[in-house]
Design a protein around this ligand. Structure first.
Ligand SMILES: Cc1cc2nc3c(=O)[nH]c(=O)nc-3n(C[C@H](O)[C@H](O)[C@H](O)COP(=O)(O)OP(=O)(O)OC[C@H]3O[C@@H](n4cnc5c(N)ncnc54)[C@H](O)[C@@H]3O)c2cc1C
Ligand code: SF4
Length: 485
């Protein structure tokens, strides 16, 4: 146990953030870490409770409780408290291939199930994780070297998002020769071209990719499997194939006026922005700009929040974020007890920034979009919305019902659709003669030697799940290659 009285002596303290009005002037990360002593005190708050849920990674009521990677949280909290930073890093890296990503972007279901969280603010697990791994990078023991021996087996990993990267990392560690194929010009999947710079700096992604290359993993970018190289060629040239192509089909909003100019999918807006910043460092001039525009983001989730934050950095005139769901409770409801994921109001960085600039939280709840109207030249100018009430339907499920007379017309020259993803693309699956893998048990497919992982198997999810999927698919693939499956 870290410090028996730690949770009584120390209060939860998160790293500071640069003030919203200052940070929207640039694209840098905004977290200011605690001092090493301050972080050790946060480790001391871990009670090493008898039955810790923080590393359970189970689904309760359809939502994750505890860490999907089964990170050994109480163990490295104790090592952190004792100042054994290197040992803490080894413990952390045992289960998590890339803690520098999760330490920045994970919603931390571990904290939602922390026992201390029953009656006190939970342990700062995510910030502890980040502090441990960043010190490991500074001291030079975060990155694994090449494996001692090579097996002579070759594996092609298709897709370089967190699932593909984690899979490549573990297979390479077993000594297999791994090539990662990526259709984008830079690897990283949504780590590179989805999550914006201020949340996850691209230098952080590059640092890991360079380490992976140094460990012997090959990356073939700007290569779409199924177009630039056939899946058949990959199968012939490799002993196994792992598909980690993501869930890239965004959900559309098929209402009147959808084809007007100025209406984009969130992920296209975010990708164009990051690419422009990487291609022209310092300046960046995205082909989809929010500068001087009234921006309406449709979707109240994390991707929508990333759009709000990006629009603010472009210098938008106004921004609202529409959410069809009702205003969430501020505290856990009785039907959502610990250790379930707390379904409570969370105010994220983008909302904080919008409130600092425009004086109010940009989110508008219980609101559905009825139609878009243009200016006569094919460009969007208005979003017509209706207010909804959530009522129990015939099957006992809550459904939205329009409240008459509560319609609104909102000015908009840029609309960003952020309503989730429908799943992966079919082309590659068809070429390989595979069924849609979403929801299938296990990581193998109908064809021997072909595996699938990440959002492509699981459906739209989180980085932490993608890392777990990559790890488990690598294990299944290794067992197959070693003949122990
Ligand atoms: C804007 C945005 C923000 C997000 N923010 C967060 C967050 O803050 N925290 C969090 O936990 N999760 C976040 N997520 C979710 C998270 O990013 C995903 O769950 C995760 O990246 C899925 O990993 P993956 O490896 O399965 O797929 P992806 O990251 O989607 O990677 C798939 C890769 O496969 C490539 N590919 C596809 N087909 C082919 C082909 N035929 N040939 C070659 N390459 C191909 C694609 O180009 C892509 O690079 C966010 C998602 C989005 C869209
Ligand atoms: S990966 Fe996420 S859930 Fe797991 S310990 Fe880290 S912050 Fe918590």
């Amino acid at each position: 146990m870290a410090k028996p009285t730690g949770f009584l002596e120390y209060r939860r303290q998160l790293p500071a953030c640069r003030p919203p009005r200052e940070r929207i002037q640039d694209w840098q990360e905004f977290i200011v870490p605690l001092t090493p002593e301050g972080q050790k005190r946060q480790g001391a708050r871990c009670m090493d409770c008898g039955v810790p849920f923080c590393h359970s990674g189970i689904l309760l009521q359809g939502m994750v409780s505890g860490c999907p990677l089964n990170n050994l949280v109480p163990e490295w909290n104790e090592l952190l408290y004792r100042g054994l930073w290197k040992e803490a890093a080894f413990r952390l890296l045992k289960t998590n291939a890339f803690p520098e990503f999760t330490g920045r972007v994970c919603p931390a279901p571990c904290e939602g199930s922390c026992t201390l969280g029953i009656h006190e603010p939970p342990v700062t697990v995510k910030a502890n994780e980040l502090a441990i791994v960043e010190r490991a990078f500074r001291k030079g023991y975060a990155l694994p070297g090449p494996p001692r021996n090579r097996t002579g087996k070759r594996v092609a990993v298709v897709g370089s998002g967190p699932a593909g990267l984690a899979c490549a990392h573990y297979l390479n560690r077993e000594g297999h020769g791994v090539t990662v194929y990526e259709r984008d010009d830079r690897p990283g999947g949504l780590l590179m071209y989805g999550i914006p710079n201020m949340k996850l700096g691209k230098d952080i992604v590059m640092r890991r990719l360079e380490g992976m290359e140094a460990a012997g993993i090959r990356f073939q970018n700007s290569t779409e499997v199924g177009r630039d190289i056939s899946a058949r060629e990959l199968c012939e040239g490799n002993d196994a194939l792992v598909l980690c192509c993501g869930a890239t089909r965004p959900r559309d909003l098929e209402v009147q006026g959808r084809n007007l100019e100025g209406i984009h999918f969130a992920v296209d807006f975010l990708k164009a922005n990051t690419k422009s910043l990487l291609d022209a460092p310092g300046r960046g001039s995205s082909p989809i700009s929010a500068a001087g525009k009234d921006v309406v983001v449709i979707g109240g989730g994390d991707t929508g929040t990333d759009c709000v934050a990006t629009a603010l950095r472009h210098g938008c005139k106004s921004v609202v974020q529409l959410e069809i769901l009702p205003f969430p409770p501020r505290e856990r409801l009785p039907e959502n007890p610990w250790p379930q994921w707390p379904k409570t109001l969370k105010t994220d960085y983008g909302q904080e920034e919008a409130a600092a600039v425009f004086g109010r939280d940009p989110r508008i709840f219980s609101t559905a979009t009825e139609k878009f109207c243009g200016n006569g030249s094919g460009e969007v100018r208005e979003v017509h919305t209706v207010q909804v009430a959530w009522e129990k339907g015939p099957g006992g499920k809550y459904v939205p019902r329009e409240i008459p007379g509560r319609g609104k017309v909102r000015s908009a020259q840029l609309v960003l659709l952020s309503m989730g993803f429908l799943g992966g693309e079919e082309t590659l699956l068809q070429e390989l003669g595979l069924k849609n893998p979403v929801g299938r048990g296990g990581y193998g497919t109908e064809r021997q030697g072909i595996f699938v992982a990440g959002d492509m198997r699981r459906g739209q999810s989180l980085v932490v799940w993608a890392l777990r999927e990559g790890r488990e698919a690598a294990r299944a693939c290794h067992d197959y290659l070693a003949g122990t499956a």
